[in-house]
Design a protein around this ligand. Structure first.
Ligand SMILES: [Zn+2]
Length: 566
């Protein structure tokens, strides 16, 4: 039995309605309890800001495309090097660090749970190997279904139950957590040398549209009662004028679940552009947030970009080709048979580029114009918009108009003309930030009842204690203290153990991988369907019996059971 007692903690726990109370937290065997014995180890938080462990609901840290990013940037391996030191393994890399590098830096920032944004089912084994090698954060995999042939067949047949059965079988086979749609239908079209420019255009050879894929999958997701909603990267990412596609997509979303959103729209900054060319691109954040503010069934995340060099990586193959044509930089393109694809290219976001400055402003506008912080979560689509180590700067910008103004003064002059950022007065408070970095994520991912995102009795003891005294720091003026404070916790506690102290890693890890197991009625199971099996054997280059990920790939797997439709 191990016991820990955190005393004098200034707790903000939005899920439990606690906002800045001085509380003691008792922990036994990894969970929060009522009280501990006098033998418990004691940590005095000294009235510092104490939050549930951070949760990143959209990041790219594990799997094949992350490793392609590493192959493509040997120069990055020379950045961010740290030596082996105590319990810490060697790390390297800045925008695509090694697995240990990612985990340690998240730990130093107080993050304890991560959702990998995109896992191709066929390449799941590699993703799980890296999940297992990640020392400290609990992991989940968003599983790609945007170009899944069996799903598109079910969509064409207007058979929601069959689409749900395919998803349920696949998630169970590859130990995935939720449904990810990346440019639905578009990457498949790209595999045939074509591209889609609207959600009502047909995917070649399948006679379905992106709109039909999205609508069917939303309903299939709810039939399966999956903990998370459909997680969507909208069509037409990164194209001037794409905000209309985003608004059209939002109009498709019914309100089907009383406990959480029905659609999670990711990195919306990349989907909020007006204008028709790169010369007249402008912000449409006001239009996008007007829609979000009227639709509680949608949650989005920011997709903030920051000025730095980084690596873009996505299952959106055609988008990366467009980006390659723009930058003429090295490019990788990949097809995952019958399922999806991907593209990877390095980019540098520069203050000299009007387009980059406008993108930067749009991300902040989205957050500041969304009335309810539970509907706009903080992330950078790591590493696409910026590596996650930039989150503290994003927090500083959201909390301080002065910081934003100082930054704006250094940007391309067009930023002020083509965005409304400079006119926005709103400054987020500590509670808003707690929602946007953990509580909102826990709710959106459906993991509150797994003991995540809050500090109630029975919760997993994932806790971040930051060196910030909210009673003495004025974030609007002293934004540098805010940025510094969020860069390194005093203590990051993972399942009741201190894993990081003042940025130093002090223990080896033992993370867990969450995956969803939807129980499908016997008569609908696709592994009993001769036609599904025949097509699988005909088109895949792997045998159906070799497809499922064996249990040994998840030594610390945590199955989340759902009782699907009957
Ligand atoms: Zn992403």
């Amino acid at each position: 039995m191990t016991e820990l007692w955190v005393k004098n903690a200034c707790v903000i726990d939005p899920i439990r309605g606690i906002n800045g109370e001085i509380i003691d937290i008792a922990i036994r065997d990894g969970r929060i309890v009522e009280s501990v014995s006098d033998r418990a180890e004691v940590i005095d938080a000294q009235r510092c800001l104490t939050l549930p462990g951070g949760i990143d609901s959209h990041t790219h840290v594990c799997g094949t495309k992350v490793n392609f990013g590493r192959y493509m940037s040997p120069e990055d391996m020379r950045a961010g090097r740290t030596r082996r030191h105590g319990k810490m393994h060697v790390t390297s890399g800045y925008y695509v660090p090694t697995t240990f590098g990612n985990s340690y830096r998240y730990s130093a920032m107080g993050y304890t749970t991560l959702l990998e944004g995109a896992m191709a089912p066929l390449e799941a084994r590699h993703t799980h190997e890296e999940f297992t090698a990640t020392p400290h954060q609990d992991m989940m995999a968003n599983t790609l279904f945007d170009g899944n042939w069996a799903v598109m067949d079910a969509v064409r047949e207007k058979n929601i139950k069959k689409a749900a059965a395919v998803v349920g079988w696949t998630l169970n086979a590859v130990k995935g957590y939720g449904i990810k749609l990346t440019n639905p239908g578009g990457t498949e079209a790209w595999g045939w040398g074509e591209d889609l420019t609207s959600i009502h255009e047909m995917v070649p050879h399948f006679e379905v549209t992106p709109a039909e894929i999205i609508s069917t999958m939303i309903r299939a997701n709810e039939l399966l009662r999956l903990p998370h909603s459909v997680h969507l990267h909208c069509n037409n990412l990164g194209k001037p004028g794409n905000y209309q596609t985003t608004l059209d997509t939002f109009e498709l979303v019914p309100d089907l679940n009383p406990h959480r959103q029905t659609l999670y729209a990711t990195h919306v900054q990349f989907h909020a552009y007006g204008g028709g060319t790169w010369r007249n691109i402008c912000s449409k954040a006001e239009e996008i947030t007007r829609s979000i503010n009227s639709k509680p069934q949608i949650v989005m995340d920011m997709g903030q970009i920051m000025f730095c060099r980084t690596m873009t990586m996505t299952a959106d193959g055609p988008m990366e080709f467009n980006l390659h044509c723009l930058h003429h930089n090295k490019w990788s393109n990949h097809d995952v048979e019958l399922e999806t694809g991907s593209g990877i290219i390095p980019v540098t976001y520069s203050k000299k580029s009007a387009v980059n400055c406008i993108m930067w402003a749009i991300g902040l506008e989205l957050a500041l114009l969304t009335k309810n912080p539970w509907q706009c979560l903080l992330e950078t689509d790591n590493p696409n918009g910026a590596p996650f180590v930039k989150y503290p700067e994003v927090i500083g910008l959201l909390m301080s108009k002065r910081y934003r103004d100082e930054e704006c003064a250094t940007l391309h002059a067009d930023t002020e003309k083509r965005t409304s950022l400079c006119a926005l007065e709103r400054e987020m408070d500590w509670h808003d930030i707690a929602v946007m970095t953990r509580a909102g994520q826990a709710k959106a991912l459906g993991i509150i009842n797994q003991g995540k995102g809050h500090l109630g009795i029975g919760a997993e003891a994932d806790i971040a204690i930051y060196p910030i005294r909210t009673d003495t720091v004025d974030p609007a003026r002293e934004y540098r203290k805010v940025v510094e404070g969020f860069q390194k916790t005093r203590y990051t506690i993972k399942r009741g153990r201190v894993v990081s102290r003042h940025g130093e890693i002090v223990v080896d890890g033992a993370n867990a991988t969450f995956w969803a197991n939807a129980k499908i009625p016997e008569d609908l199971r696709v592994d009993n369907d001769p036609e599904f099996i025949r097509r699988f054997q005909e088109f895949y280059t792997v045998r159906m019996s070799n497809y499922p990920v064996q249990d040994l790939y998840l030594p610390r797997g945590r199955r989340v059971d759902t009782e699907a439709f009957t």
